[in-house]
Design a protein around this ligand. Structure first.
Ligand code: URA
Ligand code: URA
Length: 241
């Protein structure tokens, strides 16, 4: 069991990772967190979490599915807490499990290049996965695991409230859109979900194995960029009124 000093150190690291230089937000979060622990709130209260930082703290010792017993790290997600664009992957891999952060392995390097191609950087967006814990040997997530973890993703979407969601790969696409339609058929258009438009594309790990999917991925992210630019224009016009 970690002692008090270790807990504060871990929380500070988490909040720096979550909020970067948004110091005001980070301070508020820590204050709310300390308040809630003084009030004796338990991890059952995660659904009422006011922000991502509090939520992460409340669910990070989750044992709702067997993956909780084999993970090294609970990989909550990283990025800008109020991002316009939320990217959703599948599950942590070996490197993510080791470090506790999303997309820090080879697929992550490729993801950075894909984002750069449409003029986005990690600090502009938020990245999360369908599963917060690594499946052994990176096997496909099981439906029971997805079902156990999905309320967390939905709460993250609610808190971030993105205008766009980019799903990477079949698992993310089918999970978010609640469909069994193939990725190939889902590509090429936007779907409404919560307050967002959802666009789906191939997973960067798939692109490493099948480079022939790169052209289609490029088209998908260009569609995202186009819709996002239109949305930004619309937003600035509304502000100007
Ligand atoms: N693949 C994913 O889907 N998510 C990660 O965080 C890393 C690799
Ligand atoms: N096929 C899939 O199901 N997912 C990918 O990401 C690529 C190909």
């Amino acid at each position: 069991m970690e002692n008090w000093a270790q807990k504060v150190e871990r929380l500070l690291k988490q909040q720096i990772e979550l909020y970067g230089d948004e110091e005001v937000l980070a301070r508020q979060s820590l204050q709310e967190l300390l308040n809630s622990s003084l009030k004796g709130e338990s991890s059952e209260d995660w659904r009422q979490s006011e922000n991502l930082f509090i939520m992460n703290d409340r669910i990070s010792s989750c044992l709702q599915c067997p993956l909780g017993y084999t993970r090294k790290s609970f990989v909550f997600g990283n990025g800008k807490g109020d991002a316009d664009i939320l990217v959703i992957g599948e599950a942590p891999g070996e490197e993510e499990d080791r470090q506790g952060f999303v997309f820090v392995g080879r697929a992550g390097e490729l993801l950075d290049k894909i984002l750069a191609a449409i003029n986005l950087r990690r600090q502009d967006i938020y990245i999360a996965n369908v599963l917060k814990c690594r499946p052994p040997q990176n096997r496909d997530p099981q439906l029971t695991e997805i079902a156990a973890c999905l309320p967390y993703l939905h709460k993250q979407i609610e808190l971030i409230n993105p205008a766009f969601i980019l799903c990477l790969g079949r698992i993310a696409a089918q999970t978010v859109l609640q469909t069994t339609t193939s990725l190939e058929k889902l590509r090429g258009q936007a779907y409404p979900f919560m307050n967002a438009s959802v666009i789906v594309t191939y997973h960067p790990a798939a692109l490493l194995r099948f480079p022939q999917y790169k052209r289609a991925t490029w088209e998908d992210v260009k569609l995202l960029r186009k819709l996002y630019d239109e949305w930004l224009t619309q937003k600035s016009m509304n502000h100007g009124r």
